[in-house]
Structure formats: C-alpha cells, structure tokens
Design a protein around this ligand. Structure first.
Ligand code: FES
Length: 319
C-alpha cells in the first residue's frame, strides 16, 4: 500500500442531515502534512474490505487534524453506514492520502463554489484556502432545508461567512439557487467548482457551459455515480503477460482480470476516484466513468477498469 497510515478519531460530532463530522489525527499527535484544498482521504473499512473516499473539509493549513463529513446513506453500498457505526472517539482507521483530483486554480481572479448537500465538504476547504489567499470567491451551499443542513455553525461563524450564500429547497423562491443569476460572468480567469448529487452537478455544469464558461474552467468532483456496468461481452488481452480474458455482460475488466491473478487496484468501483486507471494499447473504449476529462476520453489511451468497457470486440491493455 502506498502512502498508508493509521489515523485515530479524536472528535466525532453528529450534525444535522445524518452527517457525521469526524476529526482524524495521528496516533501520537504529531502534526499531519498540510493538504491542498479539494483533496480527499481514502478510508479503509476492514469489515467490508472496501475503500471509501471522503473529501477533506478542514482548513488545508490545519495540521492537528483532518476533518471529513460522512453522510449516512442507506442507498449506498454500506460504506457510510459502517463509518457511522465505527468512527467513535479513539477508533483507528487505515487511510491513504490526502490525494487531490479536484485541485483549486489559485491563479483565478474570481472563483465560485457550488456545493450540493454533502458536496459542500471540499468547498469548505477551498473557501478556507481562498480566504487565506485573499482571493475573491463565493460559496453557494444548496441543501434540502435549513434543519437538515450540516456545517451551519461553522459557515455562520467563519471568517468568510459573508461570502457564503445559502439556498434551501423548502424556503422562498428568491433564495433558491438561480443559475442565470448566480453563475459568474464568463471570463478566462473565472473558475467554477461543483460537487454534490449527480443531478445537481449536471445542472450546474450544463448551465455553466451553456452560458459560455470553458469546460476547463468548470471543475467537478463526483463522490458517487450511478454507473451502468453492463454491456456486450468483449475480450481483454494483457500485452505483457499474454493472458486474454473474456469480460461478460455483467462483469468488469478489473474483476475478470483478478480471477486470472492480474490485480488492478480498485477503490470506489464506480468510476469516480481514478485508482484503477490502466493504459490501453489498442481498442475502442466505452467510457463509463466520471473521472476522466473529455480530452482524456478522446485520447482513448487510458481506461477506468472498474467500470468502463469496450465498444468493439477487444481491448489490449498495458499489463
Ligand atoms: S476504482 Fe475508482 S475509478 Fe475505478
């Protein structure tokens, strides 16, 4: 395992909206490395033999602890429920990271952050950083209702509280997120960040791009995705070992190769974390992930092996 360490829960508070706020620190209290805003931590859940990714919401300059927010989601594969059960004060977790697939462009002259529900977590870290840099920004926090929104105590009292705009679904029309009004003017040095449920993200991304914002300036972090793993059978040849496997209609490349002893590391298993990226030598990829950019998809030389498939009959991988 790379970059793996054991961190212990030093504080756990159960916030509104079924969100546990969990502070993790080193076992002996030595300072943690500072992290870049937008980074996440990989948390290993041994009972489920599963890794889960959680965005860091603490101030990136904070070295005494890392804080994550975990939404208890009964519709998920059990990871968040397990974290809620086990992350009590004093509990230890094997973690990897922080890793950052959602970096902040600190050269921006204007930054607008959109967090939907638990998707506000990386935005809070970004807001801390932008505030420390003295950069202009606005954080739009969208939640179902004020009584179900976590982090209100923090956002109502922080140093950048005047740059936070709340939008609650069950409150008046004039305070709801209104993208024609709330998106910034198009400019090369204006950057937009969005994280939240998939429908929310699609809405913000599509609206921003339709308004003329460059795709490269609309940054996104999916924390889960409804990914369709199924499709027609195809073959996968591993160039180095010469092994060829067939990936069936309900199978994945990573699982089919694992059965033949070729291990590709996977974490999220739904195309959002990028852990399973594998080089492709030949064949047309049917991308199912949310991780790669449009440009990377068009290049067609790397695949998320946990979920993506082949558009033709065969892929040759650099394995
Ligand atoms: S394991 Fe996360 S993208 Fe494949």
């Amino acid at each position: 395992m790379t970059n793996s360490q054991t961190l212990t829960v030093i504080e756990r508070s159960d916030d509104q909206g079924n969100i546990a706020r969990i502070r993790l620190a080193t076992v002996d209290g030595t300072p943690l490395p500072a992290f870049d805003a937008g980074a996440h931590l990989d948390l290993y859940l041994p009972d489920l033999d599963m890794w889960r990714q959680y965005s860091l919401c603490s101030d990136p300059a904070e070295t005494a602890f890392y804080e994550i927010g975990v939404l208890k989601d009964p519709a998920s594969r059990g990871g968040s429920i397990k974290v809620h059960e086990t992350a009590v004060n004093g509990a230890s977790f094997t973690v990897e990271g922080p890793r950052n697939h959602f970096p902040l462009d600190e050269t921006a002259t204007q930054t607008v952050l959109f967090g939907g529900g638990i998707g506000v977590t990386p935005m809070i870290a970004m807001a801390h950083r932008l505030h420390a840099l003295g950069k202009p920004f606005t954080l739009h926090y969208c939640a179902r209702s004020k009584s179900q929104a976590a982090f209100l105590d923090l956002l109502d009292n922080c140093a950048f509280k005047d740059q936070v705009v709340f939008h609650f679904d069950d409150a008046g029309d004039d305070q709801r997120l209104d993208l024609p009004r709330d998106l910034p003017a198009v400019h090369d040095a204006t950057h937009i960040y969005v994280c939240g449920p998939q429908g929310f993200m699609d809405w913000v991304i599509n609206s921003a791009e339709a308004a003329g914002h460059a795709t490269a300036n609309v940054h996104r972090e999916y924390f889960s995705a409804d990914v369709d793993l199924t499709g027609d059978s195809f073959d996968v040849e591993c160039a180095a070992s010469g092994i060829t496997v067939t990936v069936g209609p309900e199978d994945t490349i990573a699982k089919a190769l694992a059965r033949e002893g070729i291990k590709i590391e996977v974490k999220c298993e739904e195309g959002v974390c990028g852990t399973c990226l594998t080089d492709v030598i030949e064949g047309v990829i049917d991308h199912r992930d949310q991780f790669l950019t449009e440009e990377e998809r068009e290049d067609g030389d790397v695949i998320c092996a946990c979920c993506s498939r082949c558009s033709g009959k065969k892929l040759v991988l650099d394995l």
